[in-house]
Design a binder for this molecule. Structure first.
Ligand code: AMP
Ligand code: MG
Length: 473
């Protein structure tokens, strides 16, 4: 493993030197071999193992400083309160990846926090980030999970853990806000240069590299959120310090994958006003980008910044349309637009499970039609919709088996349901990682049938419908 230290080379204004502080009786309990292969990391090497786990002192490891709009209010100084960037590694795909340890102990930005993470939240992040990757959503990933015998105090004492995660970048919108609101122009310019060099090198050759890069950021963010909306993912804490400049989903906390279709669903129980409700995510994405653009008001004219922001909506809409067309097996946007609003009304009225519906729709000609009607109270209304849908689908030139196969490749059988995560967490807390591994195994190949794991495709039992997740983890 060749660890590079590009971010560290930016200097002291950007971070503080911080070492990972291993936990008491820490154990490596899960390791992501396919990701390690991409990163050319050999976990069998004792030295690599020690570096990754924080047992080896890495003089260049650091915690980043940033700011951010949290639930609408500006916090001028935040930072990695419990995360340490070990450095970067070059993947076999030529891209640079950050290695970042979450729960690594106190940092200069921990404020009143203990710098730790609990096993529960590390497992939730591991499962979600790998599930999102399998669903083709740009996301940070999980490389390794460590548990320990160290107690970490939340509402009750819990098991302390660390998650080694990987993302192309951990630079957040809040990084730019930090320097902009302090009037640190030179550092802001340095950060722009850094991002152009490492993340958006193609923009360097254009007439206005900054403008091109910002358009790319807007478009990546739009596409990321289009994906969230199409799969029913809700982030839960869309603060600007949790929004990555590389358009990846990061900082999994009180997230949720939509089960019963409910557009105004709020997964985070700390979000009392529903600021980050599912249906609001596209609007919040734009709000966050607007915060980001303000940071470049000394570099670009107002009109230019507005024009950049105007790329957001069409990009999101186009991408969302094409994702929903694939989910429905249609090839006409117009037909999709005519069918989708009524479908959403039916799903909401029936509180139908979002992913189960699309999976059944993908089996339509194999008896799925009746199965679908059995799911609802108002059979006539769904039956009318299905008739219209069938007419639209017949316009697809491909033979049904091909359409079905393409739908089954985008409509997952397995979803990270809260109750499944909950079961896996309870077992892991007892030292049994088998349920976690079984669940992970279906989530990383969610479109396969896995008949032996049918039980993991089932909807939540009554007890599992009222589980709460909140910001504290
Ligand atoms: P999050 O919503 O998890 O991204 O956290 C918001 C901010 O609080 C980030 O700057 C975190 O680093 C920080 N934070 C969360 N939990 C802790 C903790 N236990 N100790 C120190 N800082 C924390
Ligand atoms: Mg965060």
């Amino acid at each position: 493993m060749i660890l590079e230290h590009h971010f560290a080379s930016l200097g002291e204004a950007f971070s503080s030197k911080t070492l990972v502080q291993p936990l008491f009786e820490q154990r490596l309990v899960e390791f992501n071999q396919s990701l390690a292969t991409l990163l050319s990391i050999d976990i069998k090497s004792t030295e690599t193992k020690r570096i990754l786990s924080g047992e080896e002192t890495l003089p260049s490891s650091l915690s980043m400083v940033y700011a951010g709009h949290q639930f609408g209010g500006f916090s001028p100084q935040l930072g990695d309160g419990r995360g340490v960037l070990l450095g970067e590694v070059r993947g076999q795909d030529g891209l640079l990846y950050d290695l970042h340890m979450k729960g690594a102990g106190p940092t200069p930005y921990s404020r009143r926090g203990d710098g730790r993470a609990v096993l529960r939240s590390c497992i939730r992040e591991y499962l979600a980030s790998e599930a999102m990757t399998a669903l083709s959503v740009p996301s940070s990933r999980a490389l390794a999970l460590y548990d320990s015998r160290e107690a970490v105090y939340r509402e009750t004492p819990e098991a302390g853990a660390m998650l080694l995660r990987v993302a192309q970048g951990h630079i957040r919108f809040g990084h730019f806000e930090y320097f902009f609101y302090q009037g640190k122009q030179a550092e802001l310019d340095q950060l722009i240069e850094y991002c152009l060099t490492h993340y958006y090198p193609d923009c360097l050759a254009t007439e206005s590299p900054l403008e091109s890069m910002l358009i790319a950021v807007v478009k990546r963010t739009a596409r990321m959120i289009a994906k969230w909306q199409s799969i029913g993912f809700q982030h839960g804490v869309m603060n600007t310090d949790n929004f990555s400049f590389t358009g990846e989903t990061i900082d999994y906390g009180p997230y949720g994958f939509m089960e019963d279709y409910e557009p105004d669903w709020v997964c985070n129980h700390s979000d009392h006003e529903g600021r980050y409700a599912f249906s609001r995510q596209p609007g919040v994405g734009l709000w966050n980008l607007n915060c980001l653009m303000r940071c470049f008001s000394k570099h670009l004219e107002r009109d230019q910044l507005i024009a950049i922001l105007q790329c957001y909506e069409p990009e999101l809409q186009t991408h969302y349309d094409s994702l929903m067309m694939s989910k429905m097996g249609l090839n006409s946007v117009q037909d999709m637009h005519e069918l989708l609003p009524e479908l959403f009304t039916i799903l909401a009225a029936e509180k139908m499970d979002y992913s189960v519906f699309f999976r059944l729709l993908s089996h339509f000609e194999q008896g799925g039609f009746m199965l679908l009607l059995d799911e609802v109270v108002d059979r006539e209304r769904l039956s009318n919709w299905l008739e219209r849908y069938e007419l639209a689908r017949m316009k697809n030139d491909l033979a049904w088996p091909k359409v079905s196969a393409s739908m089954l490749a985008v409509n997952p059988k397995f979803l990270l349901r809260n109750y499944l995560a909950h079961d896996a967490i309870l077992a892991a807390e007892r030292g049994d990682y088998l349920p976690f591994r079984r669940l992970l195994n279906v989530l990383i190949t969610p479109f396969d049938e896995h008949p032996e794991s049918d039980v993991l495709a089932q909807r939540a039992p009554e007890w599992g419908r009222s589980l709460e997740v909140s910001c504290s983890s």
